[in-house]
Design a protein around this ligand. Structure first.
Ligand SMILES: [Zn+2]
Length: 304
């Protein structure tokens, strides 16, 4: 088993303390940037600074969840990772429907699958670093769009062809249960799914229901004041652990300049790690930040 980072394949035990859903480089479509100027991360030196701060508080690995439709930068990722001790994993797949390029309408499940598999087995765009995770996301809170269902089938097929795990975006934390059902019907075992952003929708029965399928939970919006409080997040983590649902990972999803100190923001990857760890006993933190990522992001590679 290996974990596929942008610097190459590593033993899962080499990951260390891992944030499961972060961003070093982002550039959403121009219409989105026009609406909100706090969306673009595009500086290698700043990315390296953030990684160094993270390493300084014991950080070992960062799962970088920016996909092609959100401005993934394979050159920047490789350059930043080369200058840091932190392992960086890059994502294939797509973010969510509203960001899909127009060209996606012409694509088939087969053509999408082939591109995702190339990202993972050959390299991004055929020449860049290889991806070690598949992202999938939905942009609505009430149903999954047709184009997102097409991408879901391609994501499932790429997973089945490569073994790479799938990590998702749930809009405002919703539809995670529907995502799991869709992947299951496409042959994906729930234990290979990390359902993201559920801590934006702190409904215990909903979250417990996802956990009961064997899927993993992403508590990945810590410290953000506009969402539920960290007090409630930690209450949910403890309650789930008490019931034996320990497949939980943590992160901050810090995909904006205002979240990163090198851009004048806060709390940064180091701040997330320190603040969340301070709320957990050592055994829980070890499970959430070390043991769970080591298990979830590991896969048996197939030849290109
Ligand atoms: Zn994200």
């Amino acid at each position: 088993m290996i974990v596929r980072t942008v610097r190459g394949d590593i033993a899962p035990s080499a990951l260390g303390v891992t944030l499961c859903h972060e961003h070093l480089f982002t550039r959403p479509p121009s219409w989105a940037v026009d609406l909100d100027d706090d969306m673009v991360l595009d500086d290698v030196d700043r990315a390296v600074t953030e990684l160094q701060h993270f390493a300084g508080v014991g950080g070992g690995a960062l799962i970088e969840m920016t996909t092609a439709d959100y401005g993934r930068d394979p050159v920047g990722l490789a350059a930043a990772a080369a200058r840091s001790t932190v392992h960086v994993v890059s994502a294939s797949g797509y973010q969510k429907g509203i960001y899909y390029p127009e060209s996606l309408q012409e694509e088939t499940v087969e053509s999408l699958t082939a591109r995702f598999v190339t990202d993972i087995t050959v390299g991004i765009d055929g020449s860049g670093p290889r991806c070690g995770v598949l992202k999938y996301g939905t942009c609505r809170t009430d149903f999954i769009r047709d184009d997102e269902q097409k991408v879901q089938r391609a994501t499932a097929a790429a997973h089945l062809a490569t073994g790479v795990p799938i990590s998702t975006h749930c809009q405002a934390g919703t539809l995670g249960d529907v995502q799991v059902a869709g992947f299951r019907s496409a042959g994906v075992e729930p234990g290979r799914l990390l359902i993201g952003h559920v801590d934006r929708n702190l409904d215990y029965d909903y979250i417990r229901g996802i956990a009961a399928t064997g899927a993993w939970l992403g508590f990945d919006h810590w410290t953000k004041p506009k969402y539920p409080s960290d007090d409630r997040r930690i209450e949910f983590v403890h309650r789930l652990f008490d019931e034996g649902f320990t497949r939980i990972m943590a992160s901050g999803d810090l995909g904006r300049p205002s979240y990163q100190p090198s851009w004048g923001g806060t709390p940064g990857f180091s701040g997330i790690l320190e603040q969340v760890r301070a709320r957990m006993d050592d055994a829980t933190a070890q499970r959430v930040f070390v043991d769970n990522p080591r298990e979830f992001f590991a896969f048996e590679p197939v030849a290109a």
